[in-house]
Design a protein around this ligand. Structure first.
Ligand code: GRF
Length: 199
């Protein structure tokens, strides 16, 4: 299946407190031409958060849509349809998406998680909790996973993983930093692979 737009239009969903560093890497990849897609829209739960400000600086339209209430799924789907969005990337988006949204973008919606799924995923596994769990389990490797979004947290087929060592003296912060560096490589690369697979 190919995309509706010859240069696929990507929407990035960020979280309310999101730094937006993965979002910024996806936008940079699209704007430099490295990723053959257009960063067309950023959807934020809260206007004025760091991610929204970064998106605006990059010239990408930002829309505020709090992920709550009965009308959320319809409003999000209408927004994505109106903006002719082909691909959705979650980058720090913390909520479970309604199943109708997941189904509408099946195979065209990605998420990034800061550990090697299927380990260290699921409800409550976000931010420092993930890296604390990896260290507590005595893992010797960690790294980001880019996966297709399914109806449950951190499930769905894996598209790409990158690995780094977990060092004996790592803290959750030092490990998070090492993994984040790889996230910034993994997400644009995974988006390229998704687009190539639809060509
Ligand atoms: C990243 O660690 C990502 O793996 C997780 O949320 C974090 C978002 O960071 N899903 P940022 O806002 O992209 O900097």
């Amino acid at each position: 299946m190919s995309f509706a737009n010859p240069r696929p239009r990507v929407a990035i969903l960020v979280g309310s407190k999101g730094r937006g560093s993965n979002m910024a890497c996806l936008i940079a990849g699209c704007q430099s031409g490295d990723v053959p897609a257009e960063a067309a829209l950023v959807v934020t739960p809260r206007a004025g958060n760091p991610a929204s400000l970064r998106a605006q600086e990059c010239g990408v339209p930002v829309r505020e849509l709090p992920p709550k209430g009965e009308a959320y799924a319809d409003r999000l789907l209408a927004l994505l349809r109106d903006e002719r969005i082909d691909i959705v990337c979650l980058a720090g988006f913390m909520n479970l998406l309604p199943s109708e949204v997941v189904r509408a973008y099946e195979g065209r919606m990605l998420n990034i998680h800061p550990a090697l799924l299927p380990k260290f995923g699921g409800k409550g596994m976000y931010g420092h909790h993930v890296h604390e769990a990896v260290i507590a389990a005595g893992e010797t490797e960690s790294g980001p996973t880019v996966h297709f979004v399914a109806e449950r947290f951190d499930e769905g087929p894996i598209l790409l993983q990158l690995k780094c060592p977990v060092l004996p003296d790592d803290t959750p912060e030092s490990l998070a930093e090492r993994v984040l560096e790889l996230e910034h490589k993994a997400y644009p690369e995974a988006l390229k692979r998704l687009i190539a697979s639809h060509a």
